[in-house]
Design a protein around this ligand. Structure first.
Ligand SMILES: Cc1cc2nc3c(=O)[nH]c(=O)nc-3n(C[C@H](O)[C@H](O)[C@H](O)COP(=O)(O)OP(=O)(O)OC[C@H]3O[C@@H](n4cnc5c(N)ncnc54)[C@H](O)[C@@H]3O)c2cc1C
Ligand code: SF4
Length: 165
């Protein structure tokens, strides 16, 4: 794993300004996807901006809709009474995901922004257009059982990995 700096932010403006100024910075929420990618050398970040102290964990119920904060934990969303009553598919999708330990720390924002679960993307030994554009896609002629059947691009056939999505 490459060395990196770490900063905990308490202001959304500071968080956004930091990643705008430093293209090597990345937000970290639960870290359940990002840290694995960094350990495997798939993704690098010189500075991790910890967003867990931002006021973004609320789940607000309004008539005809619900607003889920980006750092709401998967388990908090899945067991929220209003979600279970009015949007059971969200609860079911989250409870089908990962494990209880992961769901207690992983966020819905991170869930929607997690990277693809393509084995070639996650192993830097193999060519992958998503990691290095133009280098080729190993999955098209390789192991592609979990990949797109319809409407795939000729450059990448990975599908969105989030059960919630
Ligand atoms: C063993 C294991 C099993 C898993 N199983 C499943 C599964 O069955 N189904 C499933 O859907 N997923 C699964 N995952 C994937 C993943 O852990 C979860 O989707 C989780 O929700 C990611 O959330 P996080 O908060 O940990 O994200 P992080 O790892 O912190 O972040 C992921 C990405 O999102 C960015 N990010 C995070 N929050 C924000 C934000 N608020 N604004 C902007 N960018 C942000 C980060 O910079 C990073 O690029 C699994 C992971 C592991 C390790
Ligand atoms: S499908 Fe191809 S381009 Fe897409 S992530 Fe996998 S190897 Fe990379």
């Amino acid at each position: 794993m490459q060395p990196f700096s770490y900063a905990k932010v308490t202001s959304e403006q500071v968080a956004i300004a930091t990643v705008e100024q430093d293209k090597t910075a990345a937000f970290i929420a639960g870290g359940t996807d990002l840290l694995g990618l960094m350990k495997d050398g798939v993704q690098t970040a010189n500075i991790l901006i910890d967003i867990n102290s931002l006021p973004l964990a609320d789940i607000e119920s309004q008539p005809q809709r619900i607003r889920i904060g980006a750092i709401s934990r998967m388990s908090d969303v899945a067991f929220h009474p209003k979600i279970q009553e009015c949007y059971p598919v969200i609860s079911q999708a989250l409870l089908q995901s990962a494990s209880p330990q992961l769901r207690n720390i992983a966020t819905v924002g991170g869930n929607l922004l997690q990277r693809v679960r393509c084995a070639y993307f996650r192993d830097p030994v193999f060519p992958c257009n998503k990691r290095i554009p133009g280098i080729g896609c190993s999955a098209i002629t390789g192991y592609n059982r979990m990949h797109a059947i319809f409407a795939a691009s000729e450059h990448c056939i990975a599908v969105h990995p989030s059960d919630l999505a």
